[in-house]
Each structure stands twice: as structure tokens, then as C-alpha cells.
Design a protein around this ligand. Structure first.
Ligand code: SAM
Length: 260
């Protein structure tokens, strides 16, 4: 073995280790952002939440909030498309592509938490203690369903750790297989169902919260179209059949195409 090859091997090992550490840092940033998001939407623990006191006119606040959600939506959807990935992995090494996606998503959310402008106003206010308890239980179940669904798909792949771990070991990345564990047998998008519960279940629905819930719901419905197009490209007939047989978000709903 020549000296040149030896030094390349060592450089390669250092690069793999650096990629792994980068993936780990991105994951920690994601996880802290995720925990902050629970407090932000639920109005607890965090210093600035979705319903903090308004400080500007409602029209200006609405514009800022819509822009913040729009930026997150564009980043999250564009960077997830195969065409974008093919282009930007010319600059970003493939093993850290997912971690970088996760990092950018977290940064958009951190900007949203920091710059969010409450509007105030009350749409509904449940004061009955049973009602409040049920709404908080649905809120908590939503976040739990989100987290559990990530593990059912593959938590460590979704957040980039699997990619940098395989790279550290010098192993090739393998695509995740299509699977329908647990709730995936009843709905195609349990993780998004979790978000819907987390965003809509609140004893006090303010105008601010409603704006957040409506825009994120619209985003989820659009994102599903793009995600399913990619899933059909990836898994072909298997996913197309699954789409025909299993409802999108509401379990046990009559699926039109099932009868065909
Ligand atoms: C954030 S996850 C959301 C998964 C799903 N839309 C949900 O709401 O539970 C998105 C990733 O999951 C993958 N995915 C979605 N459904 C899947 C399935 N049934 N089996 C394997 N991967 C899936 C997609 O390819 C995408 O990379």
C-alpha cells in the first residue's frame, strides 16, 4: 500500500466520522425543536408560544405568520423531491443529504417560533373540565402518534441517522421497503393524522391558532399528493393497490375505489 493510499484512507475515515457527528448534531437540533414545538402549539413551558400576547395589528401579524408557514412548507416540500435531491447531491455528499434536510427544516421551525406573531381573538373556549381533559388527551395522542409513526416507518432513517451510520461503517445505503405496520393498515398517513390532532385539539381556539391549524392542514393535504406520487414511482403497483384499498386519513371511511 502506498503512502498516498494510506493517507487517503485516513482522510476518508475522518470524513465519515465528521459526517456521522454532523448527522448526530442535526438529529439533536431536530429533537429539541420537536419538543419545543409541543410547548409552542400547546402553550406550555416555552417562553414564546402560539398564543402569546399580540404586539402588532392583526393584518401585519397574519401576513408574517402566513409567510413563516409558507417558507417552512416550501423548504420542506421542495427539498424532499427526488429531482431536487438529484441536483443538490452534486454539492452535498449523499450520506448527509437527509441530515441537512432535517437541519434546514428545524431552522425554518426555529425561525417560525422566534418570529411568530399572535393575533388573539377567540373562536371557541371549552371550560368544562371533562371537555378540557378530552381535548388535552387528543392533543397528547396526536404528538404520540407522530412519534410512534416515525418509528414504524424508520425513525432513524427519516431523521438522517441511519444514512450517516451506514456511511460510517462503509456500507451502502438501502431504500426503505414499503410497509404497512399497525396504523398504516387503517390509514395511509397516520403521522399526518397525528399532526391534525396535535394542531386542532385545543380547549381555546384563538384566531392565531386557527390560522396555524388551517394553513398546516392545507399544507398536509398538498404534501400528501407529492409524497404519494413519489411512493407510486418508488413502489409501483404495490403502493397503487394500497392507495385503492386503504383510506388516506380517516379510518373505516368508505373508500370509493374499493368497490371497483
Ligand atoms: C414524514 S414520513 C410520513 C409518512 C406518512 N405520510 C404518514 O403520514 O404516516 C414521509 C416518508 O415516509 C415514507 N413513507 C410513507 N408511507 C410509507 C409506507 N407505507 N412505507 C414505507 N415508507 C413510507 C415516504 O416515502 C416519505 O419518505
Amino acid at each position: 500500500m502506498t503512502v498516498q493510499t494510506l493517507s487517503f484512507t485516513r482522510k476518508d475515515k475522518i470524513a465519515r466520522l465528521a459526517a456521522f457527528l454532523y448527522g448526530l448534531v442535526c438529529y439533536v437540533i431536530f429533537f429539541v425543536t420537536f419538543l419545543y414545538a409541543c410547548g409552542f402549539v400547546g402553550n406550555f413551558v416555552v417562553p414564546r408560544s402560539i398564543d402569546s400576547a399580540p404586539v402588532m395589528s392583526w393584518s401585519k401579524a397574519l401576513l408574517i405568520d402566513a409567510a413563516l408557514l409558507g417558507i417552512f412548507g416550501i423548504q420542506h416540500s421542495v427539498m424532499a423531491r427526488q429531482g431536487f435531491k438529484n441536483w443538490w447531491t452534486k454539492f452535498v455528499p449523499k450520506p448527509i443529504e437527509r441530515s441537512t434536510y432535517v437541519l434546514f427544516s428545524s431552522l425554518c421551525l426555529i425561525a417560525l417560533f422566534y418570529l411568530w406573531q399572535p393575533i388573539g381573538g377567540t373562536i371557541w373556549n371549552v371550560t368544562n373540565s371533562t371537555g378540557v381533559a378530552i381535548l388535552y388527551a387528543l392533543f397528547a395522542s396526536g404528538w404520540l402518534l407522530v412519534l410512534v409513526s416515525t418509528f414504524l416507518i424508520n425513525h432513524f432513517d427519516l431523521f438522517g441517522l441511519r444514512q450517516v451510520w451506514l456511511n460510517l461503517q462503509g456500507k451502502e445505503y438501502t431504500q426503505l421497503k414499503f410497509a404497512t405496520p399497525g396504523p398504516y393498515r387503517y390509514v395511509r398517513h397516520p403521522l399526518y393524522v397525528g399532526w391534525l390532532f396535535a394542531f386542532w385539539s385545543t380547549p381555546t381556539m384563538t384566531i392565531t391558532h386557527l390560522v396555524f391549524a388551517v394553513i398546516t392542514t392545507a399544507y398536509i393535504l398538498v404534501a400528501i399528493q407529492f409524497e404519494e406520487r413519489d411512493l407510486v414511482d418508488m413502489h409501483g403497483k404495490t403502493y397503487a393497490d394500497y392507495r385503492r384499498q386503504v383510506p388516506m386519513l380517516f379510518p373505516f371511511t368508505h373508500h370509493r375505489q374499493r368497490e371497483q
